[in-house]
Design a protein around this ligand. Structure first.
Ligand SMILES: *[C@@H]1O[C@H](CO)[C@@H](O)[C@H](O)[C@H]1NC(C)=O
Length: 369
């Protein structure tokens, strides 16, 4: 039909077609040629100047962030530590609003630095614990139940939801847990630094050791805290010849440089020219190393690595690599174990302590009932 009309020439065209042609040729005459050309050059952004400004600003930010980070590596420490007062409005003095069998205490870890700690006793002692003071809790630490020094990950405080869940799970499983906020976190004083964290953890270890009698003490690190756990264990071994009784690393990485190269937040910069120079090298300039891969090569205490296949923050292949490094370095291979939780459980980066099997797996590894 269309074709026939074309062949018919003008004869097949409607009045509407003609009116439209008339209208457009008038419009063309009205619009000066240069203006049309200018509009063509500007393209679609011409239609939305505000969007253009927004995109320019975003581009400027995108380019300046790596440069600023390189110039001021302290900025990258802020991104890594994320020591924000989150969750908001937590009264650290009253853990009972969030948790049973728990007391809040403070420890001076070096002159001028005081860290906040929650001590949760095994829930089997919950009834006794009600209304007791710190003296009772300190006594309880020597009751033969194993003691976990819990080293949380970056971001927020010991009151974060998944950390509370960890305390509940392990308390129900018969563990004491000492959960500290490192310097610069929560209600602790000071500023976050890698060496400072190690000092805080070792001070807490000494404090616990002085009260725990024959109980075993283990370091349990989660995420960023896994690097803190291996740092502390290594220092304990190298400077004092003391082995912590066990280390459990939940969602770990090999070292902070590797982790930064794989976490989602740096994804938009991986193609950026000089990604290593601007971002990864700045971690070292900011005094952040967290070399678990080096640390596990000198340790010899039992080491359990836990990760989840669906970890979207620290990819599980980093945990596997850490396990392989430890496994090939350890003389006694039976002391190193990797447990990977399948994707279908949906545990991800933060929720391994929500898994009901966890206490049994941990006790099995530690050879305790
Ligand atoms: C503490 O334990 C009691 C009794 O088992 C329970 O009702 C309460 O919800 C618990 N409190 C918290 C904050 O979990």
């Amino acid at each position: 039909m269309w074709r026939r009309r074309r062949e018919d020439g003008d004869g097949g065209r409607s009045d509407g077609d003609r009116a439209w042609e008339e209208f457009s040729s008038q419009a063309e005459r009205r619009a000066p040629a240069e203006r049309r050309a200018r509009e063509e050059r500007r393209g679609w952004l011409h239609w939305c100047p505000r969007l253009r400004t927004v995109l320019l600003v975003l581009l400027l930010i995108y380019i300046s962030v790596p440069i600023l980070i390189r110039l001021f590596p302290v900025l990258v420490t802020k991104f890594v530590y994320l020591n924000l007062a989150f969750p908001f409005f937590v009264d650290f003095h009253r853990p009972e609003l969030l948790l049973n069998n728990t007391i809040n205490l403070y420890l001076v870890t070096e002159p001028g630095v005081t860290v906040g700690i929650w001590h949760t006793v095994p829930s089997s002692r919950g009834a006794e614990a009600r209304g007791k003071d710190q003296h009772w809790y300190e006594e309880a630490l020597g009751d033969d139940h194993p003691v976990i020094i819990y080293l949380h990950g970056n971001g927020g405080t010991r009151a974060a939801r998944h950390r509370i869940q960890f305390l509940k799970t392990m308390s129900a499983a018969g563990f004491h847990i000492l959960a500290l906020d490192y310097r610069g976190y929560g209600d602790s004083s000071g500023h976050p630094t890698e060496n400072g964290f190690t000092t805080d953890v070792l001070a807490l270890y000494d404090w616990a050791k002085a009260r725990s009698r024959n109980s075993i003490i283990l370091f349990w690190g989660h995420s960023l805290g896994t690097g803190i756990a291996t740092n502390a264990a290594r220092k304990l071994q190298e400077e004092r010849g003391v082995q912590v009784d066990a280390i459990i690393l939940e969602s770990p990485y090999t070292n902070i440089r590797d982790a930064a190269a794989h976490v989602p937040i740096t994804k938009i910069y991986r193609q950026f020219p000089g990604f290593e120079y601007f971002i990864l090298d700045s971690l070292a300039l900011g005094d952040m190393f967290f070399r678990s891969d080096k640390n596990v090569q000198v340790l010899s205490c039992p080491l359990l690595i836990l990760n989840a296949e669906d970890d979207a923050i620290v990819p599980p292949h980093l945990g596997r690599k850490l396990f392989e490094t430890a496994h090939s370095a350890y003389k006694d291979k039976t002391k190193v174990k990797l447990i990977t939780f399948p994707k279908k459980l949906g545990l991800g980066h933060d929720h391994i302590s929500f898994n009901l099997e966890l206490p049994a797996l941990v006790k099995d590894f530690l050879n305790i009932k």
